[in-house]
Structures are given as structure tokens and as C-alpha cells.
Design a protein around this ligand. Structure first.
Ligand code: KMH
Ligand code: ZN
Length: 311
């Protein structure tokens, strides 16, 4: 008998795509990040994707010391799978991006599968006030940001984190990134099951059109067959509708304030947990059960919550 399909909800708590000014709900300090992560896990997210920010000014940071100010609390209070960024922000070096994951050896980390001009600059004209000095230039100058993820960078992250037993959330912003992943799979550098996060709606990557959702899905099916678990992330206003469509097509979903600050058109979300509750409610309307953390571990072949170094 075929096993019942369960949907993995990933929640991305805070990240480089949006800056603090744009929503007071976006967690910045280690205490805020820990609390929102715990609440999101309690709401039903089985994977918590984490970045860190400098508590003094909200700037994205890769400093392992800051990660270690929130990781133990999340680990002790939830059994969620903890997934650390190795993308950091497009302004960090690959070494800076990798530091926290290398030191703490989480069950999962992100791995961005190609370089792109990760562009946020159209947002800049929508805001007239900024909380911190770094924000406006960070957003405006992103028309010239290359988010660097060369084959050499990807191979380096695969081998360093692979040696620590960490599995990857393979972030694919365009169809070519699926082929990059297939290249590494064919080389034997990574082992299935692959957790493929198809990302839509980042300027510089593929847009959030339903044709693209199905195209990415069909391409992944052709390249990876049964060797992958498919997840959908849509940035900004399409976060909920696109995740819903993806889930109906057989995918897992990612929500969280890292990718959209909103809960409805024009209405800011009050927390990460609010977004998790919303997608969970939608999934339940379609009789789609959600995966627990342990079911997620089993589906993705993870090393287990005790094999990490968060303290
Ligand atoms: N916010 C996502 C679109 C990473 O952390 O490695 C990009 C991201 C990158 O999650
Ligand atoms: Zn991220």
C-alpha cells in the first residue's frame, strides 16, 4: 500500500532578503529569533531555516558566536530540524557564509545551486524611511550584487558540510540550477534523497508563474526521478498562493518572514508562526497532512537531532 503523503513545512525565520525597517515583526536579536523559531515549530514547521543578524544594527551576519546565542534555546525547546543558511547575504564572502554551519554541524544547511544577480533594488523606492544607515544602500546597490555560488564554491560547501553529515536544502532559483545539482549528483558528491527547494519570484531568478512551477517540477522529475523531495518557496506576494499550488502538485512548502513579510495582500504578518498557521490551515482544507520533525528526518535521511554541536 502506498504511504500517505505528508507535507514538510519549512519556516525561514529572518534573512537577507528584507531589512528590519520594513516590518517590526522581523526578528533581529538572538532572543527574538529563538522565540519566533520556537513558536513557528510549535505551529507546525518541522524545519526551521535560520540566519543571524547583528543585534546592534540588524545587519545580516555570519558570526558563529551570534548563531550560538539562539541555537541552544531552539534545540532544547523543540524537536524541529535546524537548517542553517550558507547563503548568508550576497555581500558576505563564502567563508563568512559557511562559518556557523561548519562550527555547529546542523542536520541541514542551505546550499545555493548557482550564481545570480539577487536583486532587491525595486523595493528601495517603496520606502522613504530606514531604521539603519546600511539598509538603503544595501537594497539600492543590489542591482549590482552577484550572489556568488560558483561550481567551486558549491563543491567546497558540499565536501565540508558533507563530511559533517549535514544534508542540504538545495536552493534552485532557476532551471539551470537543477542541472547544476544533477552535475554534482552524477559526480557522486551528494547522495539521495535530495531536498530541492525550487525558488520563484526573486528578481534575477525564475518568476512565479504556474507554467514555471510545473516546468521546474517536470525537469526535476526527469533529472532525479524518485531521488528527491520537492519543496516550493515563492518570495513576496505569491508566497501563500504559490505554496498552495505547489502542495497540490505534490510538493512541500516553505514560508517565513525571510521570504515575505506579509500575511495577506497589503497586511504585514505579525510573526513567523502566523504564516505557518495559515499554510497549515490551507493544507488541512485539502486534507493534506503535515510531516512531524521525525517524519521529516526519515523522508530526508537526516543524521538526527543529537549529532550537532550547538554549544
Ligand atoms: N531567502 C531565500 C530566497 C540561503 O539562506 O542560503 C534565499 C536563502 C538563501 O534562503
Ligand atoms: Zn536563507
Amino acid at each position: 500500500m502506498k504511504k500517505e503523503r505528508k507535507v514538510i513545512i519549512t519556516c525561514a525565520i529572518t534573512g537577507a532578503m528584507h531589512t528590519p525597517t520594513m516590518s517590526d515583526a522581523l526578528p533581529i536579536t538572538p532572543e527574538q529569533i529563538a522565540q519566533q523559531a520556537i513558536d513557528a515549530a510549535e505551529a507546525g514547521a518541522s524545519i526551521i531555516h535560520l540566519h543571524a543578524r547583528d543585534p546592534a544594527n540588524g545587519r545580516p551576519t555570519g558570526d558563529p558566536k551570534i548563531f550560538k546565542q539562539f541555537l541552544p534555546a531552539i534545540h532544547e525547546s523543540t524537536d524541529a530540524v535546524i537548517n542553517l543558511t550558507t547563503g548568508g547575504s550576497p555581500t558576505m564572502t563564502v567563508e563568512e557564509r559557511l562559518g556557523a554551519a561548519m562550527e555547529t554541524e546542523p542536520e541541514m544547511c542551505s546550499l545555493n545551486m548557482g550564481s545570480l544577480n539577487f536583486a532587491l533594488h525595486p523595493l528601495a523606492d517603496r520606502y522613504s524611511t530606514w531604521k539603519y544607515d546600511w539598509e538603503e544602500p544595501y537594497v539600492r546597490e543590489s542591482d549590482d550584487f552577484i550572489f556568488r555560488n560558483t561550481f567551486r564554491d558549491i563543491e567546497k560547501i558540499m565536501s565540508i558540510m558533507g563530511a559533517r553529515g549535514t544534508k542540504f536544502e538545495h536552493e534552485c532559483y532557476d532551471v539551470g540550477h537543477l542541472y547544476n545539482l544533477a552535475f554534482f549528483a552524477d559526480k557522486g558528491l551528494i547522495k539521495p534523497p535530495f531536498f530541492i527547494q525550487t525558488i520563484f519570484g526573486i528578481l534575477g531568478g525564475i518568476g512565479s508563474d504556474v507554467d514555471n512551477l510545473l516546468f521546474m517540477r517536470r525537469t526535476a522529475d526527469r533529472l532525479f526521478g524518485d531521488d528527491y523531495q520537492w519543496s516550493i518557496l515563492a518570495a513576496g506576494k505569491n508566497q501563500m498562493p504559490f505554496s498552495t499550488q505547489g502542495a497540490l502538485e505534490g510538493g512541500h512548502v516553505r514560508v517565513g518572514l525571510e521570504d515575505s513579510l506579509f500575511i495577506n495582500r497589503g497586511e504585514l504578518a505579525t510573526s513567523n508562526a502566523q504564516q505557518v498557521e495559515k499554510i497549515k490551515r490551507i493544507l488541512s482544507e485539502f486534507s493534506l497532512p503535515i510531516a512531524t520533525s521525525n517524519e521529516t528526518r526519515e523522508l530526508l535521511g537526516l543524521k538526527g537531532r543529537d549529532n550537532v554541536r550547538f554549544v
